[in-house]
Design a protein around this ligand. Structure first.
Ligand SMILES: C=CC1=C(C)c2cc3[nH]c(cc4nc(cc5[nH]c(cc1n2)c(C)c5CCC(=O)O)C(CCC(=O)O)=C4C)c(C)c3C=C
Ligand SMILES: [Fe+2]
Ligand SMILES: [Fe+2]
Length: 339
């Protein structure tokens, strides 16, 4: 085990680190890189709570032989010249936050992006901050709604890395921001601007990533926080009940996940004669495979072939100024008073 020497030896001027984290994404859309990514992701006991020795056999014997091919094909549809959308956009958010915090905060603040799975890793991000002499670190996982599968898993990885440090920085961790007024406001503005340019919709669907229903039954607050975000956003938009709904997407495996399901909802709306639909994914601060491909393409087909006539996906907040301002406010409120 590698034990780092004490940070006070560092001659660099002390700073406060902001460790901005997201889920992570494969290094490329090749089947091999997607398999490596899925192996790390799906081996996390916070993500798949299946008894271990058996899960190892199922994962390596079945899932990693089938899923990587299918997922890689989906990744190829959204991959950009600069790389995976999730990584490219998360980097843009980190850079924009670095700029806006430099203007707002007195002390020296250094923003570093890290991914829970794949690269840039959390270990590398923490090491960068250690070398920058970050005596305090504020962690902001880009998950507005808390879930053990995402938020707590990020915490697990940070504590695993820090277990190997002799000297620990002061730490703060933002658990969730699902009801943060700035975040709700930024979402509402994004919906309004979208309608102003693309026309009004008959119904707005708020689609969140799902988790297994059994995790919620055992106390994961994720579904409740999604409901609160959805209610606040509908209220901010002054939407009557019959003009919107919320649902859960990205189901994996056979056990029941949180319902209603996004695909079923859109098929039902198409069949019922709902004509124009807009879909927004408030739980994804950065566009990624699950928004661009699953919502932007796959679910469009479900709605249109069920009888719908117009379908638009409203992009994530990404690095838009209202999003950066909301995240800057959030960070500033959680920072030490003398930064
Ligand atoms: C199998 C269990 C999974 C759980 C539980 C889960 C929870 C969860 N995920 C996100 C956010 C994202 N997930 C993304 C991709 C993705 N998710 C799973 C599985 C679970 N997610 C898989 C297997 C994949 C990979 C793609 C695929 O094969 O379908 C992504 C996008 C990553 C990218 O590279 O673009 C995000 C973001 C949340 C918020 C969440 C629980 C609340
Ligand atoms: Fe996921
Ligand atoms: Fe998906």
């Amino acid at each position: 085990m590698k034990f780092h020497g004490p940070a006070p030896d560092n001659q660099t001027t002390p700073c406060t680190g902001i460790l901005l984290t997201n889920l992570g994404t494969p290094d490329s859309a090749s089947v091999r890189d997607v398999r490596d990514y899925l192996r790390e992701f799906l081996s996390d006991p916070r993500v798949v709570e299946f008894p271990r020795p058996l899960w190892w056999l199922v994962l390596n014997g079945i899932i990693l032989r089938i899923r990587p091919k299918r997922s890689a094909a989906a990744y190829r549809k959204v991959w950009t010249d600069q790389g995976s959308p999730l990584l490219v956009i998360s980097r843009e958010i980190a850079a924009a936050l670095q700029q806006s915090l430099a203007q707002r905060v007195d002390g020296s603040v250094k923003v570093v992006l890290a991914m829970r799975y794949g690269s840039p890793s959390i270990a590398a991000g923490l090491e960068t901050l250690r070398q920058a002499n970050a005596q305090r670190i504020l962690v902001l996982p880009l998950y507005p709604q808390y879930s053990a599968t995402t938020t707590a898993s990020t915490f697990d990885e940070i504590s695993r890395v820090l277990r190997q440090w002799r000297w620990l920085p002061e730490l703060r961790f933002i658990n969730h921001y699902h009801a943060e007024p700035g975040y709700i406001d930024a979402l509402a503005k994004s919906v309004q601007q979208f309608s102003a340019t693309h026309g009004e919709c008959d119904r707005l669907l708020l689609s969140f990533h799902g988790i297994p229903q059994s995790y919620a039954d055992q106390g994961d607050p994720y579904a409740d926080q999604c409901r609160i975000t959805a209610d606040r956003l509908a209220a901010a938009l002054d939407l009557p009940q019959d003009r919107w709904a919320f649902s859960f997407q990205s189901r994996v495996g056979r056990q029941p996940w949180l319902q209603p399901y996004t695909d079923k909802t859109l098929q039902q709306w198409g069949a019922e004669g709902v004509r124009r639909v807009h879909v927004i994914c408030p739980g994804f601060p950065a566009d990624c495979l699950e928004t661009l491909e699953e919502i932007g393409e796959e679910n469009r087909e479900y709605f249109l072939s069920a009888g719908g006539s117009e379908y638009h996906y409203i992009p994530s907040l990404n690095s838009t100024p209202t999003h950066i301002e909301a995240l800057t406010d959030l960070i500033q409120r959680h920072l030490w008073r003398d930064a």
